[in-house]
Design a protein around this ligand. Structure first.
Ligand SMILES: *Cc1c(COP(=O)(O)O)cnc(C)c1O
Length: 360
């Protein structure tokens, strides 16, 4: 009998969420973002689900691009951070990859490739730092960079790209849109601006190519307001397990390492086969929501490496073998994330390789 902990990837929900992105921006094409191993879901599990409906796959590095190609995908693939070194151009040529150019070093590598007589032609995404101050050319440096790319025979097309810091928050995107529009106003070319937050909140930023990630995986970039359900998104990953033990506590008894939880009255607790070595955050405090036998309850005590304890007061019928959902179809990942002081992204990306995964 294997340990009961497992994750389920919901293929129909992945497809549904991609359709939601399309409904939100019917005129735009969609880069399905599958970086970080498809936000923890597994590239090989997600690419087949999306491949009939995505226009391309956006990801981080050559290794991930190889995996997408190995799934049989022959369409566009975009390296969101571009080349990590000049040698990556050979791999881009071999695999037919598009890539971002966000700094002068990457521009120089491309110029050197052209000077050496490189024959491939690449679709390039020129990235502007419009205010996030992470990657990209500042607005003043952007048109000159565009002209240098434009002069290269190995550049087949240049798409204008930027990334928003606050598409999911109160500050919004107006300041970045203004900087972006001002710098590109005289330059021809398609545009790609919108992450999930902008796809949902800012039709003005949809441009030609969306880059949604988190919404495809059924989590709201805004957390719980609006919730994923409010946005018409469905959970794509369920983390499920079962109780492997039960304890009867008296008032004053404590639970787990550091005795951080103390029973105020008699209560029954269950022990779940899932811990931080599986990707359940150790920082999730007592009170984090969890479902036991479909009934909502809470964790008690510190998360240990392989186990979590849960309050069985609301589920008197539960015992060893009762099913548990840590997050997923019946318990939104964003609620667990909020209780844990983080975002759905971090929980799904943190799923550990030792957890067996089933695709449904
Ligand atoms: C990760 C990433 C995205 C997707 O962001 P979500 O918030 O998950 O939608 C889009 N664009 C770039 C450049 C990214 O790095």
């Amino acid at each position: 009998m294997p340990r009961p902990l497992h994750a389920i990837i919901h293929t129909a929900a992945l497809r549904h969420n991609l359709q939601r992105a399309r409904q939100l921006a019917p005129a735009a094409r969609v880069w399905a973002v599958v970086k970080a191993n498809a936000y923890g879901h597994g590239i090989e599990r997600v690419v087949p689900a999306f491949s009939s409906d995505a226009d391309g796959f956006a990801l981080l590095d050559i290794a991930e691009a190889e995996r997408v190609r190995a799934c049989g995908w022959q369409g566009p693939v975009l390296l969101l951070e571009g080349l990590f070194g000049p040698d990556d151009l050979a791999a881009c040529e071999r695999l037919g990859l598009s890539f971002t150019v966000h700094c002068k070093e990457q521009l120089q590598w491309l110029e050197a490739y052209a000077a050496q007589g490189g024959t491939a032609r690449f679709d390039v995404y020129l990235k502007m730092n419009s205010g996030m101050n992470r990657l990209g050319f500042v607005p003043d440096a952007y048109p000159p960079a565009w002209k240098r790319l434009k002069a290269l025979r190995c550049v087949a097309s240049i798409t204008h790209m930027t990334h928003f810091s606050d598409a999911d928050g109160p500050r919004g995107i107006a300041h970045q849109m203004a900087a972006f529009n001002k710098a590109v106003q005289w330059l021809p070319g398609a545009r790609s601006l919108a992450n999930s937050g902008a796809t949902i909140n800012f039709p003005i930023a949809h441009g030609d190519w969306l880059r949604p990630g988190i919404l495809l995986y059924g989590s709201s970039p805004m957390g719980r307001k609006p919730s994923a359900q409010d946005l018409g998104l469905r959970a794509t990953m369920s983390l499920r397990s079962a109780l492997i033990g039960v304890q009867q506590l008296q008032a004053g008894d404590t639970v787990g390492y550091g005795s951080s939880f103390k029973a105020e009255r008699e209560m029954r607790i269950g022990v779940v086969a899932c811990g931080y070595a599986d990707g359940y955050m150790r920082l999730s405090p007592s009170g984090t929501p969890v479902l036991v036998g479909g009934v909502r309850t809470r964790t008690v005590g510190r998360v240990s490496m392989d186990m979590i304890m849960v309050d069985l007061t609301p589920c008197p019928g539960a015992g060893v073998g009762s099913p548990v959902e840590l997050w997923g179809e019946q318990l939104p990942i964003d609620e667990v994330a909020a209780a844990s002081g983080t975002v759905g992204y971090e929980l799904m990306c943190g799923l550990m390789p030792r957890v067996p995964v089933r695709v449904e």
